[in-house]
Design a protein around this ligand. Structure first.
Ligand code: DQA
Length: 153
């Protein structure tokens, strides 16, 4: 279990490449909800408990910078690394900074990568994450948020 701080104001929900296209991107795999829809769902879940700071980037360096920000500001992280999941050692090292700082970092995926192409079966992030939730659509994020909020109560 993580040794998270006793109170939180903000949960970072970070999304990697191509997730800005949610809703129109392969809806058979990722569903028809957009990233803005996801923001609304998570804000409703966190109402009165925490603010949701949901971001998306196609840029590996920007995503790494946001993880550094999480460490400096002591913020819990819900991370969908998207395709970076499968090969970005730089992102893994940044994720390790978060969990080594005692902050929760939940790796989430909309789809179940293990039921898809073989290259998606490897995550270089999972070994340094607090936990992994995959295959439940927006539910993956909602369960991760429930965990984060629960650990701050
Ligand atoms: C994903 C799964 C990844 O394999 C893929 O590259 C993505 C999205 C998911 O949420 O299911 O972009 O992380």
């Amino acid at each position: 279990m993580s040794s998270a701080p006793a109170t939180t104001a903000t949960v970072l929900v970070l999304n990697g490449p191509n997730l800005g296209r949610l809703g129109s991107r392969e809806p058979d795999v990722y569903g028809t909800g957009s990233l803005e829809d996801l923001r609304g769902v998570l804000e409703a879940d966190a109402a009165g408990l925490a603010a949701i700071d949901l971001r998306q980037t196609n840029d590996e360096a920007e995503l790494i910078g946001w993880l550094h920000e999480a460490v400096d500001a002591e913020l819990p992280v819900i991370l969908n690394p998207a395709a970076f999941t499968h090969y970005s050692y730089a992102l893994r090292d940044a994720a390790a900074l978060v969990t080594k700082a005692g902050l929760p970092l939940l790796e989430v995926h909309l789809s179940n990568p293990h039921a898809r192409e073989e290259f998606r079966h490897t995550s270089v992030i999972s070994a340094v994450a607090t936990g992994v939730i995959a295959g439940l659509g927006f539910g993956s994020y909602r369960l991760a948020l429930a965990h984060v909020l629960g650990s701050y109560r």
